[in-house]
Design a protein around this ligand. Structure first.
Ligand code: ADP
Ligand code: MG
Length: 340
């Protein structure tokens, strides 16, 4: 009888310790015009993460009238908080390094097109030329914390805000109990540690799905990562169609029109959320030839997955062993090309 009790006790202890190890919980909330999902084996309280996202959005959004950026855009000059200023400075630096493929000064143009408003408005050439006059990122003046914009310019940090906030949210959630965390917001995912399913199967990391740009309901492939950020830019998320043409939300700052390149989606994998977000937007605008040149210039430390319009997939060598293509995905060719 004693032995049976011991066996039962051992079994109960084992169950307790197993469920202790794998106590993952999740939450979902709306911020920055999209859903944020958080999964972690932390203490199950996600208030800190949610509060951060909401405060951040209130500070950075160009459409929230009390935000620092809205004030700057309205008055043409403003004293910014240290954090907002550092985001703007980093964004301007990336604009220089990508020769304007990423440009945080496209606010006037974004406002003109207003892609997500439902208006489905295609501006005429004259309006676009006027809006483009006010997008020279070299002309932003910064003295201490005071930023002054040239007349008519508006800042739009929509291409970096999610990536920056993503990194902060992963840091906040993982700082507690050294938790395993996965946060996703729009096309950006940040991870640390391993998922519950992988740990149960004695594997490491989180499996991050990359959406198939030719069919949003499936994946073009999966990346397994234990640490880092994946930022994806594509024309398939925010767009409208008019007279058989697709108009999406990533602009070519040289033409003022939605970028037309041979890239259907650009994913950047790296260790810096803001940089990854900006670079995925930039690569999408550049097109594959310039994107490969840019990667080889080594200005930033990142890997990339480019899904081209013809279904080819180009990936850089750093993630070769971490990426599995979904060979049955619509429009996707399974023979991946690796860039050295
Ligand atoms: P998403 O916001 O869907 O994740 P991106 O990270 O690619 O996609 O950012 C696109 C957003 O960035 C647009 O909605 C707009 O606010 C802004 N944007 C558009 N074109 C550019 C560009 N060339 N450079 C910088 N920001 C841009
Ligand atoms: Mg981006």
């Amino acid at each position: 009888m004693k032995r049976i009790c011991m066996i039962v006790l051992c079994f109960v202890l084992c169950l307790c310790s197993c469920s202790d190890v794998y106590r993952y919980t999740s939450t979902e909330f709306y911020s920055m015009t999209t859903f944020v999902n958080v999964i972690s084996d932390g203490d199950g309280n996600f208030d800190n993460v949610e509060n951060y996202a909401k405060d951040f959005e209130n500070r950075i959004s160009r459409t929230k009238s009390d935000s620092e950026i809205a004030r700057l855009n309205r008055d043409g000059s403003a004293v910014l908080s240290e954090d907002t200023l550092s985001i703007l400075k980093k964004s301007l630096e990336i604009a220089v390094n990508t020769d304007g493929a990423f440009n945080p000064c496209l606010g006037t143009l974004s406002e003109l097109w207003d892609i997500t408003s439902g208006k489905e408005y295609v501006p005429d050439k004259g309006e676009i030329e006027t809006a483009l006059k006010n997008t020279s990122y070299e002309e932003v003046k910064i003295e201490g914390n005071k930023v002054t914009l040239p007349k008519g310019m508006k800042i739009d940090l929509g291409g970096v805000a999610k990536g920056y906030a993503l990194q902060k949210m992963v840091e906040i959630e993982s700082s507690e109990k050294d938790a395993n965390v996965c946060v996703s917001i729009g096309g950006n995912v940040g991870v640390r540690g391993s998922s519950e399913a992988n740990r149960k199967n004695n594997k490491d990391g989180w499996n991050v799905g990359i959406t198939n740009p030719f069919d949003k309901n499936e994946l073009s492939g999966t990346l397994t990562l234990t640490k880092g950020f994946v930022s994806v830019s594509g024309a398939y998320e925010r767009f409208f169609e008019k007279d058989g043409k697709v108009y999406h939300h990533i602009f070519d700052s040289k033409t003022g029109y939605p970028a037309q390149s041979d890239i259907a989606s650009a994913a950047v994998i790296n260790n810096d959320g803001l940089e990854g977000d900006a670079l995925s937007t930039a690569l999408f605008v550049m097109g594959s030839i310039k994107a490969i040149e840019f990667y080889k210039e080594n200005k930033y430390n990142f890997d990339m997955i480019l899904v081209l319009d013809d279904g080819d997939i180009l990936i850089t060598k750093g993630i070769k062993d971490k990426f599995t293509v979904n060979s049955s995905a619509k429009g996707i060719k399974s023979d991946i090309k690796v860039i050295d």
